[in-house]
Design a protein around this ligand. Structure first.
Ligand code: DON
Length: 558
């Protein structure tokens, strides 16, 4: 089925009737939001690279072919499951610049200036992606940096043909890009929007990638690229300095590890809240026979919402950068704690989120992106990366061709003041120089007997963690195929605001009425999709990949 038709179908029949892009293969698989980037990863696997080589090549390619979220100027997280059973995580989240401070976004009246925290140069954290991808390649890859970067450089220099998805995004962002000459020049033809079918070249980005290929991290964090970025900052009240860039280091961290019905769940530790909340919710749900209760049944949905409510409440209080605050992760992910936390669960009645200023929903935009890679040797890589908002703060660094993130908005700029995703936070996530802002990104690997079974993750701000929860439970509890596990409609609750957001079809109208009668609010359904989980699963004798049918994407296996 061609993509345009699939996209049209999606709007006519949200979710359920759309075919995910799906492939089955023997030796390796890449699933990402960009078919071109997935193909790059697959070719690296075919050339003898391992999953880490392919993931890094895919990551650099996404910076070229999926610019709203693929990036050099942002950050992300990676979970790696290595042949032999070791699982590790890599944190390449952005950091607050040295000149950042707690009240930097408060105006004279003490209110958060969201324009400053989302749309200015000051919204940018020190980028982590280049250092992170290169660290993964150096430690676990088998191919040279030059080999891995070559496809991205070629795609940027020679260009590629824009599909309607990307051309439509550029058009949609046109007014934002118009405010910044380098952005306008990158994303339009001298001020005229591109159309689908036209070739898009990014010469400045090609040069930056070339610098990285030749000099490694110094090609980005030092020298001409760093100088272009800092010049841009200095002339526009930005904070990032050459020292901030030079000091940036990704961090290898112990992943969050939980168990669920005989499977091992590996996901991202703080400064992401994703792994902790995912395991916490699974722990709260494990005592129930979810499979027997059934997918979309009143009991299943109610239990999941109540688990979500409790886990997200803990997020606001306890989660932050572990290099700056004590994060009680091991307590939060223990089975004992889950039992206590769920002791006040009422099977007949919705819980009661305390009424602190409720945030409002922001419709999800195509920002963050997740990709999953598996090779034939038993290695698997699950990566989520982001600029935060779609196209970050929309500002391209003049001469360097890459977009800046606006990740600083993920800090709690003021206690209980909702960020772009309606999430509130407190001291644990307040701004401090050099600190990493709390994230919801949840790249996850499920293993069994030390072998990767399922790789998943998603964009979607606060909804990310619940999207992963759905995919994992759909596979483990409901025995769904990967295609159905990813395509099935989802719902989301995040404690505050105290409403259930759901995709049409996530449960029946009857169940919605029952939930409403139990006290759940906001049950009017949403035409906005939740998540984009590009996932890979290992079957008996094959590997299967799915790109989430909520968006175009690409799966490449061989
Ligand atoms: O790290 C986070 O949690 C957010 N910056 C992610 C943003 C996101 O997923 C937007 N996607 N739709």
């Amino acid at each position: 089925m061609n993509r345009l038709f699939a996209t049209l179908l999606f709007f006519i029949f949200p979710v359920s009737l759309v075919f995910a892009e799906y492939q089955r293969a023997n030796d390796g698989m890449v699933s990402s939001r960009s078919d071109i980037a997935s193909e790059v990863g697959k070719e690296i696997l075919e050339q003898g690279g391992n999953a880490i080589d392919a993931a890094v090549a895919t990551g650099f390619a996404l910076a070229v072919t999926y610019p709203s979220a693929g990036n050099l100027g942002g950050g992300g997280f990676m979970i790696l499951s290595l042949a032999g059973g070791e699982v590790i995580s890599l944190d390449f989240r952005e950091k607050a610049p040295g000149a950042a401070h707690r009240d930097m976004y408060l105006d004279a009246d003490g209110n958060v200036d969201r324009n400053l925290s989302r749309s200015s140069r000051q919204s940018s954290g020190v980028p982590g992606s280049v250092a992170g991808l290169l660290a993964a390649l150096e430690k676990y890859g088998s191919m040279s940096r030059e080999q891995i970067l070559a496809p991205a450089i070629r795609l940027a220099a020679e260009g590629f043909i824009l599909n309607s998805d990307l051309a439509g995004q550029f058009r949609g962002q046109f007014n934002n890009f118009r405010n910044h000459p380098a952005s306008l020049s990158k994303f339009s033809k001298d001020g005229v929007p591109y159309s689908a079918g036209e070739r898009w070249r990014q010469p400045d980005l090609a040069q930056t990638l070339q610098n990285i290929s030749e000099q490694g991290r110094d090609g980005f964090y030092k020298g001409s690229t760093a100088e272009l970025l800092v010049k841009d900052m200095m002339t526009n009240k930005g904070l990032i300095t050459l020292a901030d860039l030079d000091n940036y280091e990704p961090v290898w961290r112990e992943p969050i590890h939980g168990t669920y019905r005989g499977y091992d769940i590996w996901s991202m530790p703080a400064p992401s809240s994703g792994g902790v909340l995912l395991v916490q919710m699974l722990n709260m749900l494990e005592p129930y026979d979810i499979g027997a209760q059934g997918w979309g049944s009143k009991d299943t949905v109610h239990q999941m919402i109540e688990a979500q409510r409790r886990a997200y409440a803990d997020r606001a209080e306890h989660l932050g950068d572990p290099d700056f605050v004590d994060v009680p992760s091991q307590i939060l992910i223990s089975k004992d704690y889950a039992r206590q936390r769920f002791a006040n669960f009422d099977p007949q009645q919705s819980g009661d989120s305390t009424t602190i200023t409720a945030g409002s929903w922001v419709n999800e935009s195509p920002d963050t992106t997740h990709y999953s890679v598996m090779d034939g040797e038993g290695n698997a890589v699950s990566v989520t990366t982001t600029l935060n908002s779609s196209y970050g703060n929309k500002i391209v660094v003049a001469g360097a061709g890459f977009l800046l993130n606006n990740e600083m908005d993920d800090f709690s700029s003021k206690p209980d003041s909702p960020n772009a995703y309606g999430l509130i936070g407190r001291e644990a996530n307040e701004i401090q120089a050099g600190k990493r802002m709390l994230s919801s990104m949840t790249p996850t690997i499920v293993t069994r007997n030390n072998s990767p079974v399922l790789l998943t993750g998603s964009p979607g701000g606060s909804t990310i963690i619940n999207t992963v929860l759905h995919v994992v439970m759909n596979v483990i509890d409901h025995g769904m195929s990967l295609e159905n596990a990813v395509a099935s409609p989802r719902f989301h609750h995040q404690w505050q605001p105290d409403v259930v957001r759901y995709e049409i079809g996530a449960f029946s109208d009857d169940v919605a009425r029952e939930l409403e009668a139990m006290g759940h609010a906001g049950l009017s359904g949403s035409r906005f999709p939740i998540g984009d989980a590009n996932s890979v699963m290992r079957g008996e004798n094959f590997i299967e990949g799915v790109s989430d049918p909520r968006n175009v994407g690409g799966v490449s296996g061989y």
